[in-house]
Design a protein around this ligand. Structure first.
Ligand code: ZN
Length: 381
């Protein structure tokens, strides 16, 4: 046994933690807020010097995070090789330290990475975009630029007349979304994959795998470099608050939108679900049925998807038009939806080792695309 203090680092892509104290293999930690905002929830850091010792990582003050209801039932993500992400034993105590989460883990090697969900780095993003862009029949478009000078990357493919938009990670800490995008792009660019072939035959497909690269690199949960929540900017996006949304919405204005899926993660609900566009001004039963029909198709095809748990539906005329799905449905008469994946596990199909995982995000993407093929078939009658 050694009494040597462990070391904690977060000065890397999407790193985020504040060290309160370190004593031996025990650390007290806090989660810093996104720059210029009050949202805090995403953490990502490295612990070194703890091989064979039980780490005790105590996160304090969690009632001041964005979603305190995200912590009960949550288990922290951990990896020693930055490839396989498992889960560590985690306890939440609402009654001590203004909400305290204690993570215990004994690394076999001298290094362990911890994160709110398996990180999706900007380097991996660039690999994803470059690889997809080099596939046959794929066009790369740079839709715009962020405050930090990063590009809004869009990959386009397909010869059909329906305009399909797939975009994710408006909320950068919801890394599930880009794991999903990786699965989707593998399907869409693989010449042997008949789901991709069928969708490319029916649609012109526009994929924005990361709508918020600045927030991603900075280790934010929910905002861009200026502290703006992009999924509240769709009614009036602007160059001085939300150049990311302005660039994407302008491109949508050019192409039109028939079907749109905006991919997210949810902190509290341990399930995969969709949210539609109830309550928009042009809502009708027929219009919304297009969304519900997709939801039924996905529900039938995919055991990881369910409809019992989710968000309450907006009452007539009360939809928040700054939210992407509502704005896109209204603006383009599009079948639009928000896909939510858990940070916790999927309670219907729990996985003790990994919880909800990158691998499951990718598999879900294939089911979502296959459900789109069936949905478009049904539209054609
Ligand atoms: Zn989100």
């Amino acid at each position: 046994m050694s009494d040597t203090d462990i070391a904690i680092d977060a000065a890397f892509d999407s790193g985020n933690v504040e060290i309160v104290s370190i004593d031996g293999a025990t650390a007290r930690l806090r989660i810093p807020q996104d720059r210029k905002s009050e949202f805090a929830q995403w953490f990502h850091f490295r612990v070194s010097g703890a091989a064979g010792r039980e780490l005790t990582l105590v996160f304090e003050d969690l009632k001041n995070t964005a979603y305190p209801e995200g912590w009960p039932g949550y288990r922290a993500c951990v990896s020693e090789d930055r490839d396989f992400w498992g889960r560590a034993d985690t306890e939440y105590d609402a009654n001590s330290g203004n909400g305290t989460m204690t993570v215990r883990y004994t690394p076999a090697s001298d290094m362990a990475y911890f994160a709110y969900f398996a990180p999706y780095s900007m380097e991996r993003h660039h690999d994803l975009v470059a690889e997809a862009a080099s596939a046959e029949g794929v066009t790369y478009r740079r839709l715009g630029e962020t405050f930090d000078g990063r590009s809004i990357d869009c990959l386009e493919m397909g010869d059909g007349d329906k305009q399909l938009w797939i975009y994710g990670r408006q909320h950068p800490g919801e890394t599930q979304a880009e794991w999903w995008m990786e699965g989707a792009l593998e399907v869409l660019t693989d010449p042997a994959d008949v789901v991709g072939r069928a969708l490319r035959a029916k649609c012109r497909i526009h994929v924005v795998p990361n709508c918020n690269p600045d927030g991603s690199a900075r280790g934010h949960l929910r905002t861009n470099a200026e502290g703006v929540n992009l999924n509240r900017e769709w009614a009036e996006p602007s160059t001085d608050r939300s150049p990311e949304v302005l660039a994407i919405r302008n491109a949508m204005d050019e192409s039109g939108v028939d079907f749109a899926m905006d991919v997210h993660g949810d902190e509290a609900i341990a399930a995969v679900f969709l949210a539609g566009y109830e309550g928009i001004p042009s809502w009708t039963d027929d219009f919304c049925e297009r969304f519900y029909r997709y939801q039924r198709i996905l529900d039938r095809r995919c055991p990881d998807f369910q409809t019992a748990k989710g968000y309450p539906k907006s009452k007539p005329g009360t939809a928040n038009m700054t939210v992407s799905t509502n704005q896109v449905a209204e603006r383009y008469n599009a079948t639009a939806m928000t896909l939510e994946m858990p940070f916790k596990d999927n309670d219907d199909w729990p996985d003790q080792a990994q919880g909800w995982s990158p691998e499951r995000c990718k598999l879900l993407a294939r089911d979502c695309l296959a459900a789109m093929v069936e949905w478009f078939d049904g539209e054609e009658g």
